[in-house]
Structures are given as C-alpha cells and as structure tokens.
Design a binder for this molecule. Sequence first.
Ligand code: C2E
Ligand code: MG
Ligand code: MG
Ligand code: MG
Length: 288
Amino acid sequence: RAKKSAAEKICFYDEAMDETIRTRTVLTAELQAALEKGQFELHYQVQTSVLTGEITGYEALLRWRHPQRGVILPSEFIPLAEESGFIGRLGEWVLRTACQEATTWKPPYKVSVNLSPVQFAYPDLSGLVAAVLRQTGLDPARLELELTESTIITDKARALAIVNQIKALGVTIALDDFGTGYSSLDTLRSFPFDRIKLDRSFMQDFESSPRVKAIVRAVLALGKSLEIPILAEGIETPGQLLLLGEEGCDHAQGFFLGRPATVFDIVDSGQIMRAASLDPSRRADLPH
Ligand code: C2E
Ligand code: MG
Ligand code: MG
Ligand code: MG
C-alpha cells in the first residue's frame, strides 16, 4: 500500500517535471522567432536623486510580449536564453535598442542596460559596445552597464580586463544586486565600479529592523569612503525614501518612484520628450 502511493507520488512528480521541461523546451525554441517577430520590448524604470528627487536615468528592463502567454518577465526566459546561447543575440538587441532609444530623449538622461554573465564569455564584448555606440551615436557617458558579482567570479582577471576596456570607451559600470549572492569586499577592492546598486531585499525590513538599518548604513559609509555613489533598489514606500535621505543615500529606484513602463507611457507622463522624427512611425507598429 505504502509502496503504491510512493510510486504514485513519483509518477505525479515526473509529470509535473515533464510539463516544466516541455514549457522550457517550447519557450527556448520560440526565442529566436520572437526576436524576428518583434515580440521583445524594453520597459524603462526611472532612477532619481534621493536628495533632490531629480531624474538621473532609466534602467532598461526586457519584456517578452508573447502572443498566447502575455507579457513574460526576464526571470522566465533569460535563463533559457543563457543556456541555449541565444543571450548573445538577445543581449545585442537590448543594447542596440536601449542606446537607439536613449538618443531620442530630451533631457538626455542616462540609460542602464543589464549584462548577462554569459555575454562576458563571448569574445569582444567591448568591441560590440563600441560598435553599438558608433552606430547609434549615443554619447558613451550616457550609457551605464550593470553587472552582477556572478559575472565576476567565473574568471575575475578576464572580467576585469573587459570592464576596463568598456570603461575606456567612456561607458560607466554599475554593480547590480549588491549584498546578495557572491558579495565580497574583494570585488569592491579590485573592480572600478562607478556605482553600486544595493539589492532590493535590503529595503524590505529597512525601516523596522535595526540590524538591516545598520547594514544599509555601513554600505552607504563604504560608498562614501570609496567615493562610489550608492543606488538603493526596490523603494516601495515614502518612508523608505525619507530614511534613505536621512542616511545619505545618493540614488533610488523602485515602484514608489515609478514602475517599469513603455517609453510611450513615460512620454505621456511628461518625464521625457522624444525626438519627433521617431515618435509617430514607431508608435504605430509597436504594441502598447
Ligand atoms: P535587476 O536588474 O535587479 O532589475 C530590477 C528588477 O526589480 C526588475 O525586475 C524590476 O521590475 C524590479 N523592481 C523594481 N522596483 C521594484 C520594487 O519597488 N519592488 C519590487 N518588488 N521589484 C522592483 P524585472 O524587470 O522582472 O527583471 C528582473 C531581472 O532580470 C533584472 O534584475 C535583471 O537581472 C534581469 N534582466 C532584466 N532585463 C534584462 C536584460 O535586458 N538583460 C539581462 N541579461 N538581464 C535582464
Ligand atoms: Mg539591473
Ligand atoms: Mg538590480
Ligand atoms: Mg535585483
């Protein structure tokens, strides 16, 4: 009796696994066609100065507008793109689209683009960045590339060389999701980051937990002494923003300041204006 039910459980488990694998396989196969059909789009989330509230830039966040499944978030398809090697082409599309888009913005805010660790493994990432900047005409100082510590741990010397090549172009580098994963002070010691993004998990108990507050305070002090601005991710309440101001945090990003949105919604909200030449034609054929 016990044996049978165990077998049933195993069988049930296998079916669930099967379904997951099937979904993953289908999605992986669909990635390439999705790029060709224009189903990927970038949403942009505002970043502001904590002290003045002024906008400093926007982070580009990838979305897949799937005809049957609706909008799929990056956590569902970026890993598939990384495993299948498709992240190379997809990442290039993200970089080119974000740079192209940013050239149309008034005022000329910065744009932040996320890089996958896998992109670092491909030859000549800095060459790609240089080519995209040349082709789009974006001022390199307006581009920030975000990387996480998982990018760095695989081959530290190689990652550092690539980071330095990219920085030589005039592009800035941010350390994303700081405080989670492989966080170590060694990373901060050896990499010339222009900005540190404190992971949003620290905002959850920021106001209520003295312990979390002490850690955030220490990170902010570290940023001050290293002269690296700190951006706090995941600001969801006015209280968090107020407290960050008191603690001397430089920049903030989060739902309270603005959710990721299409560039059309951002234009409609009056935060940015776009060069007229691009606006009407693209508005017509892009999904809203
Ligand atoms: P990330 O780079 O840390 O981006 C911030 C994520 O936090 C975004 O999720 C954003 O929607 C979310 N977020 C922002 N403010 C808040 C808030 O106040 N509360 C909460 N709960 N969440 C907030 P998203 O867009 O789902 O992206 C998840 C991750 O996927 C990103 O984390 C990034 O690592 C990756 N990603 C996104 N776009 C790209 C891309 O173009 N290329 C690569 N390689 N990775 C990307
Ligand atoms: Mg990011
Ligand atoms: Mg982040
Ligand atoms: Mg994060």
